[in-house]
Ligand binder design. Sequence first.
Ligand SMILES: [Fe+2]
Length: 453
Amino acid sequence: MLAPWQQASEWPDRIVVTFEGDPATSLSVNWRTAASVTATRAEIAPALPDARFDQQAVSAAAQSEQVSLATLELAGIQIPIEQNAGLSPAGFHSVRFDGLEPDTLYAYRVQGAEGKWSEWFHTRTAPLSGPIRFIYLGDAQNGIDSHFPRVVRAAFQKAPDARFILHAGDLVNRASRDLEWAQWFRASGFIHGMVPAIPVTGNHEYDRHGLTEEDRQRALSILWRPQFRLPVDETLSAELHETVYDVRYSQDLHVFVLNTNSPDMAEQARWLDAKLAASDATWRVITGHHPVFSSGRDRDNPRVRDVILPVLLKHRVDLVLQGHDHTYARGTVGEDPQTPARRAATGADGVTTMFVNSVSGAKQYNFSENGWDEYAPTGVELNRQAENTQFYQIISLDAGALHYTAYTADGQLYDEFRLTKDQDGSKTIAPETPGLPETRSFTNTLPYSGVQN
Ligand SMILES: [Fe+2]
């Protein structure tokens, strides 16, 4: 099945901002056209109040590539992608604007064929430091065209000044199926052009291709790298490029993205350990798709937990944002044993690391029967949970405090915590917010049945 608005044309579409360089001084912009557009460009100008701000625009040539959508090359063999049958190749373009001023509003536009321009989009570079907020979304994956749009739009409405949207994997259900990406871009529309994306690869960003059942191989979505210009860390194996990266957003926030699809997470654990040791940012946030502590019934990822959890706790990472389990779960590993005296002195609970699993799309799983009890030996405690509910999260922070909020799709506050950080790096958590809604579960919500896409 193909949708009429899915086909690429000479006009630019699927416009999304990403971070490749320093977010304070650069912006990367990605867009798509028909493959007939082989060379094009983008323009950028400071966003002045003057109607003709555009007269100060500077132009940058795009990097362009043609992507065959209906076939995939694996080990030199062309393999048909049946889900994309009938789709012509597309042109994917990107520009990285450099030399920008920090915390400054810019206007940019992108071109398809000569003279065929997008509208001007406003987007803001990162501040060197100071208060910011961002949006975090769990799996969209199912009902991308029907049930996910209301969530991402509600999140944008709640935090229109969000500096970026972190998508914690399973953005789509079938990795290389162009229709689902068309739906994903349509769900957020112009939001992607204004609020940069930090995309994470989930298991559904990979699928299996082969001419015969025996030689089917797992491959990253053919669209991932062409449509998201992301940092290439040369210290990592080539297959991890643009799926494992970090974004040092400001002095106050450093984000580290893992690809938890790797059968062996040791390389990423070493990378993360070295990166965290070198990071001087106040708050360090890790994101990866498969959760360290599972909340879906009969699901567990010891492959991730065994090697990644020790690194997270060693560096006292503040927040871990995940997806995969199609439930909501948030829990804490408390203060490490060195500081009980401090806890006694302040009367507040200390925190080492906070973990969250969330879901933004339609698919919903049962929560594990015994919560996170089986993980008790690690020191983690489950603080809040939900089933059968779509969520978005808004996280605000500055040098002294981090305020986390989770909202249901209709904008009700469902979960919240506030962390403060002292000069010595120790964190305390404010007492629980009173008056939050009762725990949502399959027993007290509308009957659930699966959603097709
Ligand atoms: Fe998922």
